[in-house]
Design a binder for this molecule. Structure first.
Ligand SMILES: [Mg+2]
Length: 287
């Protein structure tokens, strides 16, 4: 495979099996690349505490960390490392007022689903820049936080059973509509369990980190690749969270999906399957 100067990748389900799974194998595959000057960027919806137990810097030397970036929290935080410590070089955090409005928007979504369709949801409010609406309250993901194959069908059935026509598309529309009622343009995303509503996405992370790389080194967009396990289309036109790595700025890069889940991907995404094994083997061949 082509050698890339920068590799952007999702964490849970792409580089590690779960948040509690050992990080050693991923770190081992990353080290030689970081030493050789390849830029690696972890692009994850989660926050830094959930990446290698909040201690990712412990796995690398100060020199290696100079080539590592973290784009976390659905566009909220972008980290680089200095003197072996992570620091935020750019962030998209809503003001308290805006955050409260996002909470209100999500509560409105919850209310409408309950009132009109008797559809139960739970809302996680404690994220810094978005809320997470649990659409499958009876289905507990446990330690495996990424999307499971049967979840898609379960959600679709559940929506139908409650008379929600138009599936997830209608949920995305509902979120945008409720946002507009509060004069906010929200960026809703949906996987098979959660409807997430915020003002940024993985698109903001990749755009921010890519522009830093372009500014500070000789890397071109065509020399980058983007890896994830959630590109798959949940419905026509609605793709998974990793598809947000595909933006106008990143479009010249190469996109790879390590998920085996059947379904459509956005145009240009190459499906390799094989899960984390595929991604870690790719890293090993990039040395
Ligand atoms: Mg994932």
């Amino acid at each position: 495979m082509k050698k890339y100067k920068a590799i952007f990748f999702d964490w849970d389900g792409t580089a590690v099996l779960s948040r509690r799974a050992p990080v050693d194998e991923a770190a081992e595959a990353m080290r030689p690349l970081l030493s050789a000057g390849t830029k690696l960027a972890v692009i994850s919806g989660t926050t830094i505490e959930n990446i290698a137990g909040g201690q990712i810097e412990k796995y690398f030397t100060k020199g290696q960390l100079k080539n590592l970036y973290l784009g976390l929290g659905r566009g909220a935080y972008n980290y680089a490392f200095e003197d072996g410590r992570p620091y935020i070089f750019e962030s998209v955090i809503p003001s308290k007022e805006l955050a409260l409005d996002i909470h209100r928007i999500c509560f409105d979504i919850h209310m409408e689903l309950k009132e009109k369709y008797d559809y139960d949801t739970d809302i996680v409010f404690s994220r810094p820049n978005y809320c997470k609406i649990d659409l499958m309250v009876s289905n507990v993901r446990g330690d495996q936080l990424f999307m499971q194959e049967n979840e898609l069908d379960s959600l679709k059935q559940e929506l139908k059973r409650h008379g929600i026509e138009g599936g997830m598309d209608s949920l995305i529309k509902l979120a945008k509509e409720k946002g507009k009622e509060h004069q906010i343009e929200v960026v809703p995303t949906c996987d098979a369990k959660y409807l997430e509503v915020g003002i940024s996405s993985k698109s903001d992370n990749v755009n921010t980190i890519l522009s830093k790389l372009i500014k500070e080194s000789d890397i071109r967009p065509s020399e980058c690749s983007y890896w994830g396990d959630e590109y798959v289309g949940l419905e026509n036109g609605i793709y998974g969270s990793d598809s947000f790595m595909f933006t106008e700025a990143t479009a010249d890069g190469d996109f790879f999906d390590v998920s085996d889940v059947a379904g459509e991907r956005p145009e240009g995404v190459k499906v390799l399957g094989g899960g984390i094994r595929t991604f870690l083997d790719f890293l090993l061949t990039q040395r």
